[in-house]
Design a protein around this ligand. Structure first.
Ligand code: CP
Length: 311
């Protein structure tokens, strides 16, 4: 594996399978009363969050702590960033504190890539602008594998605001690497310009794609990243691209519903669908901890066994 995880494209099929298999092994400890391993004892992980997060920030912290790493949580709010300190100087300050790994979320696409040129430790991209969110794609693939088995040939449909979604891009890249057949569905205004170069199909018609899908992943409309009107009204968007109960009823019986969160109930997904047993939304959050444990272990753990030794 490479030293950093910046993009899902950094992962070969063997790398991705190694992470997913390691996460499966590490998931065993989530059912124990003491959910802790000594694997990263003496190592320091810095969580560097310049953008809001609930799931990713908390799960990286839980993952590092379960592996016994020392954890430093940095949030741009309340830091010297508000006094004008640059990303480079912030990074070098944290480097001086002995970070072995830096997990970064930033509003600017490419920030983790820049950071990787300034620090000695491993950099993990926890979401950069509209670019990528590779650990979200890994936890999504882990969740799909647990529910459906091997992903080779599986039909995965990703629906919604693809234009602003780092989750969609990372999922397309990783799922393609794992042999799945991905279709993106959105209104024409919510596809990025070069989407035809991505390794997937595109469609504007959710109702045509839905009955063939093994997985339907809904995306939130990211109003905070929009500076123009991309569709007439929220009601119209929801009618054409929302997963309501009627559409849910037309999915195959084994098919599952996913959402990376945060979700807007009643907009892209009906509450009854989000809460159904075929929805994996809560499972995805739990799987985020074990998947991120696997990533931290494989990037920082060297040759130590993930499970074993003096537990
Ligand atoms: N899925 C995801 O990245 O959620 P957060 O923004 O809450 O971290």
């Amino acid at each position: 594996m490479k030293r950093h995880l910046i993009s899902a494209a950094d992962l070969t099929r063997d790398d991705a399978l190694l992470i997913l298999d390691t996460a499966e092994e590490l998931a065993q400890i989530s059912s124990r009363s003491i959910k802790k391993l000594p694997t990263l004892r003496g190592r320091t992980v810095v969580n560097l969050f310049f953008e809001d997060s609930t799931r990713t920030r908390i799960s990286f912290e839980a993952a590092a702590k379960r592996l016994s790493a020392d954890v430093i949580n940095f949030s741009a709010k309340g830091s010297s960033v508000s006094k004008g300190e640059s990303l480079k100087d912030t990074a070098l300050t944290l480097e001086a504190m002995g970070a072995d790994g830096v997990v970064i979320r930033h509003g600017a696409s490419g920030a983790p890539h820049r950071l990787a040129t300034w620090v000695h430790g491993s950099v993990v991209n926890a979401g950069d602008g509209t670019h990528e969110h590779p650990t979200q794609a890994l936890l999504d693939a882990f969740t799909m594998r647990r529910r459906l088995g091997d992903l080779e040939g599986r039909k995965i449909t990703i629906v919604g605001d693809v234009l602003h979604s780092r989750v969609a891009r990372s999922n397309v890249l990783l799922l393609h690497t794992l042999g799945a057949d991905v279709t993106l569905v959105a209104p024409p205004t919510l596809f990025p310009i070069a989407v035809d170069t991505w390794p997937c199909q595109i469609s504007y018609d959710l109702d045509a794609v839905l009955p063939k899908s093994d997985v339907v992943m809904m995306l939130r409309v990211q109003a905070e990243r929009m500076n123009a009107a991309y569709f007439p009204t929220a009601r119209e968007y929801s009618r054409r691209y929302g997963l309501d109960l009627a559409r849910f009823g037309r999915m195959q019986e084994h098919a599952i519903v996913m959402h990376p969160g945060p979700m807007v109930r009643g907009m892209e997904i009906a509450a009854e669908v989000a809460d159904s047993p075929r929805s994996t939304i809560v499972e995805q959050v739990a799987n985020g901890v074990t998947t991120r444990m696997a990533v931290l272990y494989l990037l920082l753990g060297g040759s130590e066994p993930a499970i074993g030794g003096d537990q």
